[in-house]
Design a protein around this ligand. Structure first.
Ligand SMILES: Nc1nc2c(ncn2[C@@H]2O[C@H](COP(=O)(O)OP(=O)(O)OP(=O)(O)O)[C@@H](O)[C@H]2O)c(=O)[nH]1
Ligand SMILES: [Mg+2]
Ligand SMILES: [Zn+2]
Length: 357
């Protein structure tokens, strides 16, 4: 993170936090720039440094949403010459971008904390979907942040397509600011830059491949984040796997996010049906009712693609989205497993903590 000569205020600190902070006199204040397993990357006026959670902190907090996530402010004890700072407490969150994880007990999974704006990114080229956008809007409002809508890849559609999409957003009563841009031609980039306020935090969310990291690289002015061509095979590998708070030119703070696979959008199947109604309509003519359109005999979708009736990229996007939503559906067991491992980790740290005391 580029943050030479940065005051806490430049990193998003303000009176709201000042009035609520209760750090011990031996602690200082820092912001979480990234979380890598149990290790945190923190940033303050001195720069970035690594930190770990105090055993006593883990002892007091049992839910994953109570642990620091990117964007959080924390009280940290830092000694010169020591590799890691020790985080003693979390400062109250002003906003939380989070989603409910499915299960009997409502648990929240944090995506980012203390973001002022969430930029909901959709590509106007096949990814545009009002229902999905509305679900994102609900999530953003629910967390106490402001939404901004961003339509990317305008270079790939006719102006009339874009005009129709904008009309659809407005007629749905959506009043959030909307920016349209192309990362390829650079059209609209300045419109977005003008919206970004120094020291405010922006989290970018949206499906995989819509151009979030490409855009943020443009804003940073360097190829800091990995981006990847959407592969022609529809291989659903996500390029961004880590969230990191980055201070861009002009002073705004941005957080990139992985695409939908990790983000998880409940009910994505419904959204798929409506933006790929041509494919779902064709499916009913496939020989097998549960045809996956990946090579079964008598597949009407593949046939239509070969005859040029449906566009190949459109079909690849459909397959990719299908895969993501299936992955999400089946990831509960995996999530459970992760939670168990986390529980073990908490126990081992607690044990160590008791041993020390
Ligand atoms: N034509 C066109 N291609 C774009 C545009 N923006 C991004 N791309 C391309 O789309 C692909 C995916 O872009 P990324 O920036 O990696 O997408 P992402 O949203 O970060 O994806 P995840 O990290 O998987 O969530 C890359 O090949 C980009 O070059 C655009 O405005 N127009
Ligand atoms: Mg990315
Ligand atoms: Zn088929």
């Amino acid at each position: 993170m580029k943050n030479q000569h940065c005051e806490l205020n430049d990193l998003g600190w303000n009176d709201w936090f000042e009035q609520r902070v209760q750090c011990k006199p031996t602690d200082t204040i820092a912001r979480v720039a990234a979380v890598d397993r149990e290790q945190l990357l923190l940033v303050d006026q001195t720069g970035t440094f690594r930190a770990k959670l105090a055993g006593s902190f883990l002892h007091r907090h049992h839910h994953s949403h109570e642990l620091p996530c990117v964007g959080d402010w924390v009280c940290v004890e830092k000694h010169a010459g020591e590799e890691f700072g020790v985080v003693h407490s979390l400062i109250e969150r002003r906003s939380s971008l989070r989603r409910k994880s499915a299960g009997k007990v409502v648990e929240y999974q944090m995506i980012a904390a203390n973001v002022d704006y969430v930029v909901i990114v959709q590509s106007c080229h096949f990814d545009f979907n009002l229902k999905r956008l509305e679900r994102y809007l609900v999530m953003v409002m629910d967390g106490g942040a402001e939404p901004v809508i961003l339509l990317t890849k305008t270079d790939l559609v006719e102006p009339a397509v874009l005009t129709a999409q904008l009309a659809e957003l407005r007629s749905a009563g959506i009043t959030a600011p909307i920016v349209t841009l192309s990362n390829v031609t650079g059209d609209g980039l300045d419109d977005l830059r003008r919206l970004l306020v120094p020291a405010k935090s922006y989290s970018f969310v949206g499906s995989s491949g819509v151009g979030k990291s490409t855009l943020i690289n443009h804003l940073i002015g360097s190829e800091m984040l990995d981006t990847k061509a959407v592969s022609g095979t529809g291989e659903g590998r996500h390029t961004t796997v880590r969230r990191e708070l980055i201070r861009i030119e002009g002073g705004a703070l941005v957080i990139d996010n992985p695409g939908m696979r990790e983000f998880g959008i409940l009910g994505a199947e419904g959204g798929i049906a409506s933006s790929y109604s041509d494919i779902t309509a064709l499916s009913s003519s496939c020989r097998y009712r549960d045809c996956s359109h990946t090579g079964e005999p008598g597949c009407a979708v593949i046939e239509a693609m070969h005859s040029g009736e449906i566009n190949q990229e459109h079909f690849e996007n459909y397959k990719k989205l299908r895969k993501e939503s299936e992955f999400y559906e089946m990831s509960y067991a995996e999530k459970r497993k992760k939670d168990r491992e986390f529980g073990k980790y908490v126990k081992s740290v607690k044990k160590g903590f008791r041993d020390e005391s």
